[in-house]
Design a protein around this ligand. Structure first.
Ligand code: ZN
Length: 272
């Protein structure tokens, strides 16, 4: 029997499946963990979803996602804080211990200004996160997303932001798709671990040629990322959490999702 106890799958990975189908299929496949994207909770009784996941023996790893703090108008800054507070309440209702933050950026606004707004936004929602004990994991995004998705583009910047906020509930979600190319990766992963803030580890692969910079991720082994090397770095610093398969892929979403789940498990066995 293969070991899928550290395998977590993001609901967006199997996008065609609604939350109930995902729970049933992941359970049947012996998948250990799930990261729930907020869209999967639309129109659902969130506490009931959380109970169903736990009843299936699956651990809820994260709620994905909050963030998008930067804005050029005050009303939009306020709306972002309100939405992140809503995400914290949703995580609490679901029983998720953590929210992944895609921090945001505004085209034409300096990245420095966006970073200041991100820090201010995280600080603003921290009291509610404390109240519910929800961790906030900053996910640095590849620089190609610096225009409108995140002004935090390296592990170093994410660590700098965490240092500045300096709060035990604020850490980092390291996603290989975004950080694999970084010459400072080893140093910054060590720094993240030393500060006890490596909250999450997301895996997938980078295909060549990549036909879509958002929706053409590969399964582990389908691309050029040194997954075993990065896994080794992460684990050498004591990370023993879930390895979360987060794959946006029009190619895979167009296929039979049962076959896709089997492919995820096959890729997992080669990875693990
Ligand atoms: Zn990710």
């Amino acid at each position: 029997m293969s070991d899928y106890s550290k395998l977590c799958i993001h609901t967006i990975t199997t996008k065609p499946w609604d939350i109930w189908t995902a729970i049933e299929k992941y359970q049947a496949a012996g998948v250990g963990g799930i990261t729930v994207w907020r869209q999967w909770l639309d129109g659902q009784d969130i506490e009931q979803v959380g109970q169903a996941i736990r009843a299936a023996g699956i651990e809820i790893v994260s709620l994905c996602r909050g963030g998008f703090f930067p804005a050029s108008e005050q009303s939009d800054l306020d709306a972002a804080i309100a939405d992140n507070e809503l995400a914290i309440r949703e995580a609490a209702a679901l029983g998720a211990p953590m929210i992944v933050l895609v921090c945001g950026a505004v085209p034409g606004q300096s990245l420095g200004t966006s970073r200041e707004q991100i820090i201010a936004g995280i600080r603003a929602v921290l009291p509610l996160a404390e109240q519910h004990g929800i961790k906030l994991a900053i996910e640095p995004l590849h620089p190609l997303y610096a225009d409108d998705r995140s002004a935090i583009n390296t592990m170093e910047t994410a660590n700098d932001v965490c240092d500045e906020i300096n709060h035990p509930l604020v850490g980092i979600a390291a996603d290989v798709y975004h950080i694999w190319w970084d010459p400072n990766l080893e140093r910054e992963l060590a720094r993240t671990a030393a500060a006890d803030r490596l909250f999450a580890f997301h895996i997938c692969d980078w295909r060549t040629p990549t036909t879509d910079l958002l929706n053409d991720r590969g399964l582990m082994g389908e691309g050029c990322i040194d997954l075993s090397g990065i896994r080794q770095m992460v684990e050498s610093h004591g990370f023993d959490g879930f390895h979360e398969v987060e794959v946006f892929s029009d190619r895979w979403w167009s296929k039979d999702q049962d076959e896709y789940l089997a492919a995820i498990q096959e890729a997992w066995r080669a990875y693990w």
